[in-house]
Design a protein around this ligand. Structure first.
Ligand code: FES
Ligand code: FE2
Length: 363
C-alpha cells in the first residue's frame, strides 16, 4: 500500500502531554567522541551533548543563558563550551560559567555564580540518558536523589548486545500504545519466521500491577513464534516477563536455565508531536557464534521497521484528529497506560489495576 503523499504537508500532528522528572535516552554514545558535540531534541528541549577530554559526557540546554543563542553555534575545546556571541565559557557537566571575557577589574559580577542549563547525563547500554527535570525545578545540586538510570537487566557477565532505533511521526502516546498492543502482531508483523494471520489463536495472559506500571506475568512464550522455538533447543523451562513502567519503558526478559535474552524498549518524546523508538537487547544465547548478532539485528530491524511504517501510515490519518476507540480486552493495557500517566501527571487517583487480572484476546 502506498501513502497518499510522499512528503508531509506540514499539518501538525496532535501533541501529547510529556512526563518530565525522568531519564530519557537522547542519543547513542558511540557518536560522541572526545572534544566533539552533537545536538538533539528531547521532550522539545534543545540539547547540546558532548564528551569531555576526561571521557565524561554532558548534556547542556542548547541556549546561552546570556542572550539565548544556541551554544552549539560556539566552540568546545574538550573542557569548556564557549558561546559564539560574547565568548562566555561554561563547564559543560554542571553548566557553571567560568569566564566572561568582557569583564574588567572594576566589575563586581562573579561569573561562577551564573549557570547555563545542564542536565544530569549518564552513559548506560550505549545510550546517553538525560534527566529532564520538571519545569521550574531549578538546578539539580544533589544528583544522588534522582531516580535510578534505566538499564537492560543482565544475568551473566558475558553477553552480546544490539541496538535499533526508529523515528516515529506520531506523539509518544501512540508510540507507546503501539508498543503494548497485542492485536496488531499477526497483521503488521506477517513473516514466515514470525507468525501469520493464519496462526491467530486465543491467548490469555495474567497481568499484575507493579509500581507505576504492570507486568505480564511469567509464562511459556507464544508457541507460534519462531524466535522462541530457537530458545527451546536448550530444553529448559522458558519464562518470559514483560513489564511496562512509566514513563515509556518496556522490559522483556526471557530466561531458559543459564540462557537469557533481555531487552529494554523505550518510546521517547522528541517533540510533543513526534517520538523515537529505541530497542536495546542483550543476550547470551548462542554466545560465541559470531554471526548471530547480525541475524538478530536483521530480524529485529525488520520488526521495528514494520511498526515504523505502520505508524507513518497512522500519522497520515491522525492529522485529521479522528476520535479513537480502545476496546476490551486487547486495548486494556493501553487504557492502563493512559490511567497511569494521568495519575502521574495529576498526583491523584488509584493504580488502574487493583490486583492480578487475566486478559483474553486473539492474536
Ligand atoms: S549570548 Fe552567549 S555570551 Fe552572550
Ligand atoms: Fe509491533
Amino acid at each position: 500500500m502506498k501513502l497518499r503523499n510522499d512528503k508531509p504537508d506540514g499539518t501538525p500532528q496532535p501533541p501529547a502531554e510529556m512526563i518530565f522528572g525522568e531519564w530519557y535516552p537522547a542519543l547513542r554514545t558511540n557518536a560522541l567522541s572526545k572534544g566533539k558535540t552533537l545536538t538533539a531534541l528531547l521532550l522539545g528541549v534543545p540539547l547540546l551533548l558532548g564528551r569531555k577530554n576526561d571521557g565524561s559526557i554532558f548534556a547542556m540546554r542548547d541556549l546561552c543563558p546570556h542572550r539565548g543563542i544556541p551554544l552549539s553555534a560556539g566552540w568546545f575545546d574538550g573542557d569548556t563550551v564557549q558561546c559564539k556571541y560574547h565568548g562566555w565559557k561554561f563547564e559543560p557537566c554542571g553548566g557553571q560559567c567560568v569566564e566572561i571575557p568582557s569583564l574588567t577589574q572594576i566589575d563586581a559580577l562573579e561569573p561562577t555564580k551564573i549557570y547555563a542549563g545542564a542536565y544530569p547525563c549518564v552513559e548506560r547500554d550505549g545510550h546517553a540518558w538525560v534527566y529532564l527535570p520538571e519545569a521550574g525545578a531549578g538546578r539539580i545540586a544533589d544528583r544522588s536523589t534522582l531516580p535510578v538510570v534505566p538499564e537492560v537487566p543482565k544475568f551473566s557477565t558475558k553477553f552480546r548486545t544490539a541496538h535499533l532505533s526508529a523515528e516515529l511521526p506520531c506523539n509518544v502516546d501512540h508510540g507507546i500504545i503501539g508498543l503494548m498492543d497485542p492485536a496488531h502482531g499477526p497483521f503488521v508483523h506477517q513473516a514466515w519466521w514470525w507468525r501469520s494471520q493464519a496462526s491467530i489463536h486465543e491467548k490469555k495472559k495474567l497481568f499484575v500491577p507493579i509500581e507505576e506500571g504492570f507486568r505480564m506475568a511469567s509464562h511459556a512464550p507464544s508457541a507460534n513464534s519462531a524466535p522462541y522455538k530457537l530458545l527451546g533447543v536448550y530444553g529448559s523451562e522458558i519464562t518470559t516477563t514483560i513489564d511496562f513502567v512509566l514513563p515509556n519503558r518496556r522490559y522483556e526478559t526471557i530466561r531458559a536455565g543459564e540462557k537469557w535474552f533481555a531487552s529494554l524498549t523505550t518510546v521517547t518524546p522528541v517533540t510533543p508531536a513526534t517520538c523515537r523508538i529505541d530497542v536495546v537487547a542483550c543476550w547470551n544465547i548462542f554466545y560465541g557464534v559470531p554471526f548471530v548478532p547480525a541475524i538478530a539485528k536483521y530480524f529485529g530491524a525488520k520488526f521495528v521497521r514494520q511498526d515504523q511504517e505502520t505508524m507513518i501510515e497512522q500519522a497520515e490519518g491522525l492529522r485529521f484528529r479522528p476520535a479513537m476507540m480502545l476496546i476490551d480486552d486487547a486495548d486494556l493495557p493501553a487504557k492502563w497506560y493512559f490511567a497511569l500517566k494521568q495519575r502521574r501527571l495529576t498526583g491523584k487517583g488509584e493504580h488502574p489495576l487493583a490486583g492480578p487480572m487475566e486478559l483474553h484476546w486473539r492474536s
